[in-house]
Design a protein around this ligand. Structure first.
Ligand SMILES: [Zn+2]
Length: 139
C-alpha cells in the first residue's frame, strides 16, 4: 500500500465490481493504472478512468445515470447519489444540500461540485508522473 492513504473513484463504468462514484482504497498507483481494494479484492483500472485523492471525501458523489441502465430507477432522475461511507445509492431529490443515507443512516453533504478536489488531484498526478520519470532515468 502507498505510504500515504489514497482513495479513488471510477469516472466511468469500468468493471461490474466497482460502483461508479464509490470511494475505494488505492493499494497501488502508477502513472498508467491504479489498483483499488474493492470488496477485499484488488481491481486494476486504467488511471484515466480514476479520480485519485489523498483523503477519503465525506460527501455524496453525484453520478450521472447511465442511459438504458436497469438500476437505479428512472424516477430518481438523471443523477443519483453514492454514499461516501457505505457506497449505497440514493435519489438526490431537488438539489439537496445534505442527504441521509437510507442504508447506513449517516448524513453527508452532497458534492454537487467537486472542483475543490481538483487541486489535490493535480498534486497526485504530478507526483505520480515525477516518480515515473525518476524511475525511468534510474534504469
Ligand atoms: Zn451509507
Amino acid at each position: 500500500m502507498p505510504e500515504r492513504e489514497q482513495w479513488a473513484r471510477t469516472r466511468v463504468r469500468s468493471s461490474r465490481h466497482a460502483r461508479r462514484g464509490a470511494w475505494y482504497r488505492v493499494i497501488l498507483a502508477t502513472p498508467h493504472e491504479g489498483t483499488l481494494l474493492v470488496n477485499h479484492q484488488p481491481l486494476t483500472v486504467p488511471r484515466t478512468f480514476l479520480q485519485i485523492l489523498p483523503f477519503r471525501p465525506q460527501m455524496w458523489s453525484v453520478v450521472a445515470r447511465l442511459r438504458n441502465a436497469p438500476h437505479p430507477p428512472l424516477v430518481w432522475g438523471a443523477t443519483y447519489g453514492v454514499c461516501p461511507s457505505c457506497s449505497a445509492r440514493a435519489p438526490l431529490g431537488q438539489h439537496a444540500l445534505n442527504l441521509r443515507c437510507p442504508r447506513c443512516n449517516a448524513v453527508f453533504p452532497v458534492a454537487w461540485s467537486d472542483s475543490a478536489w481538483c487541486a489535490f488531484e493535480g498534486v497526485e498526478t504530478i507526483a505520480a508522473e515525477r516518480v515515473a520519470r525518476d524511475q525511468a532515468t534510474r534504469r
